[in-house]
Design a protein. Sequence first.
Length: 406
Amino acid sequence: MPHSLLRRATVSVVCATTMWAAAPSYAAASDDRAVTSQRWADRATQAYTALQTRLYEGPAQHGLYREHTPRQSGDRDHSYLWPFREAAAAAVDMQALPRTGDAYRRDAAQRFDTAELYFAAGDRPGYASYLPAPLGEGGDIYYDDNAVVALSQLDQYEATGDDRLLHRAEQVVPVVSRAWDDDPAKTCPGGMDWYDAPGNNLRATNVTALSAQLAARLYEHTGKRGYLDRAERWYGWVHRCMRTAPGLYANDRADSGEVNGTLWTYNSGSMIGTATSLYRSTGDTAYLDKAVADAHGSLAHWTGGRRLHDQPAVFNAFYFKDLLDLDAVRPDPSYLRAMSAYADSAYASNRDDATGLYRFQPSGGGDYDPAAPASTLGQAAMVQIFATLADATRPGHRSAPGRHTR
């Protein structure tokens, strides 16, 4: 039970004198939450304004974004798909701001129409990493790109009830299903290829876990058994073949059997989010236990030293949202504390006060680099983090089962 509700329940059974004495304290706590929520909302608004002013290219450029500002010598005319997706996710999250959220609904709707410019038809359709003709030269179909686009489509469906977005998310499942590689001759058969090309020799945790999360959430919305089967199979492979410790998952497994042990926060998060979704839809407490174990284990790791600070901001946005998704069904204040501490730190150390833009190392995280260009990817990630915090800290907030903070 949230602390505020526990207070209210306690007050209801005490004598009238104590009730009147406690009321100002409860009101003060509510007022404190309102102030905190507004502070995050203000930061989200500032970051979003900078994103739209300095990186959004406007209707004359098809509603697309730049990769960086200032534009770099190697940049294409417009951003790649993943940065665009993060800008769309930022608009989705801005819709949930207390009091001002409705002002961003048009932006969010436009982002999802524009995203279709990245879709490549043909025998092996999917969202391409870069714009196909006539706007660009196209690019490979990365399966992680496709999974995250579909997850954002589900977020917008949940925010608006627009059935078109649910349908679009369902259309991505056959795309990512092509990536499944259960060749029995390979070490630990299963897992998903990183991208759609004959030369791919990596089965990636991010693709497999994010696709599992997509299938699990689609099962919640549709009840179609095929989605549950996929979610359990894909989640199971990552848990069995890539888990190095509670909440920590190696990055990829080569067809040769070699494992890349690099750790990323969003791999921790997607497994927490998938298990949480599977628990909500099946009632199987084993999934809840796995989600909690991964949350506690990963948080102990990532909050050590500079680890969160040095992770790409966009990966942290995934991670924190997945922790808050779990928090909605098994509350734990440590999740919100960790997210708030990271957000405060990034606001203080990575923000360019003159422009409102966030600057990181080339990795997308780490210390402020005054020489580095600001990116759509990093800026949109900070919008998401601040906007999610504004929603999560507003008085009376508690995510309902089946609704997602992502």
